[in-house]
Write a protein that binds this ligand. Sequence first.
Ligand code: SF4
Ligand code: SF4
Length: 370
Amino acid sequence: MTGNIAEIASACTLCGACVEVCPFFKATDNPKYGAMAKVEAAIALFGGRDLSDEDLKTLYLCTRCDGCHASCPMDIPISVVIQAARAELRKRELVPEKYNTIAEAIIKAGSPMAAPPEKRIAPLPEGFRPPDKARYLYVPGCWSSIRLPETARATMEVLIKAGVDFTTLGEREWCCGLFVIDTGMMEEAKKLAEKNTLLFESTGARTVVTECPSCYDVFKNVYPTLFRKPGYEVVHITELLDQLISEGKISLKEPEKRKKVIYKDPCPLVRRCGIAQPPRKVFSQIGELIEYKESGKDALCCGAPAGVKSLYPDIANRLAEMLMEEAKKKDAEVGVGCVFCMYHMGGLPKEAGYPPIKTLSQAVLENLKS
Ligand code: SF4
Ligand code: SF4
C-alpha cells in the first residue's frame, strides 16, 4: 500500500488549503498540527528521511476525521496518507507504546479497554433474553456496551417497544477494529473483518444495526474491501429510528417545553457515509433543533478517536470544550449520533456547567408516547 500512497502524497503542492480545516490546527492555532504538516511529514517518511519528534507528534495527532480531504485541490486522500504513514512507522518500530497496548487489547481481549466479555451484557434491559436468530442484529459497539451501557439499553428498550425482532451478541461481541485500521495494521484488520462478518451472519440477521458511526462505516464500507460482501445490510441506529417513526411503529409525544437541541454530527457518519438528515428529522420532533457553526460535512471533530484522547488528552479535550462551550452559549442541550463523542464531550469536568448530552435513542425513549 505504501508505495502507491507515497506517489499519491507526492502530488501535494504545499498550497496550504488543508491547514486550517484540521481540528488540531483549530485547537492549537499551530500550523505544525494542521493537515499539510502531516502530509509533509508523511512524504519525508516515505522518502526515507528521519522524522523529528514534532513530525511524529503531528502524524499521531489525527483522528482521521476526513475534514481535510474536500479542501485539497489535488484530491489527495490525506487520512489515507496518514494511515499509510502510521503503517510505515510501525515497520520502523516508532509506534507510541500506548498504541501497542490499545491494539493488543483489541486483538486479544476484543475491546480497546480490554474489558472482560461479561461487561457487554450490562446493557440488556431487564427480562430481555436475546434470541439465537432474529431479523435484526443490534451491535452497540465498545463505547456503548462497555463504557456507557445506559445508551445501548435505551436503544434496546426503544426497539422492544417498537416490536422489532432483534437480537444482540452480548459476551460474543468483538471490537470492529477501527483503531487497528486507523493505525495501518491491515493484516490484523482483515482477521477482524472475517471474524465479525461470520459472527454476524451466524445470527441469520438480514440487517445489522450499529450504535456507533465508526462501526457503521467499518462494517459497511471497510469490511467488504478486507474480506467479502456480507450476507446482511448495515444501518445506523439513527436511520432505523427515523424509519420506525415514519412507519408509525413508535410515536413521540409533544414535549411540554421545546428545549433547544444542538446536533453534533459524527465525522464518519456525515463525511464518509453521507448520513445527516435522519437524526435531524428525529431530534427536530423532540426539541427545537439548532446547528453548530460548523455542521454537516463541515462538522468539527470531537478530537478523541484514533488514539488521540489517550496520547494527547489536553488537545483532545480542547476540542470537546469548544463544542460544549458553543452549546452552552446557545443555551442548547447536545444531541449526539456517536457514543464516543458523548463519552469524550460528556466527560469534561462538571464544574464547567456544560449542558446535558444525549444520544438519539435516549431522547426518543424519554419522549415516547406510552
Ligand atoms: S483527517 Fe482530520 S485530523 Fe487528520 S489531518 Fe485531516 S482534518 Fe486533520
Ligand atoms: S490541500 Fe492538498 S495540495 Fe494543498 S497542502 Fe493540503 S494536501 Fe497538499
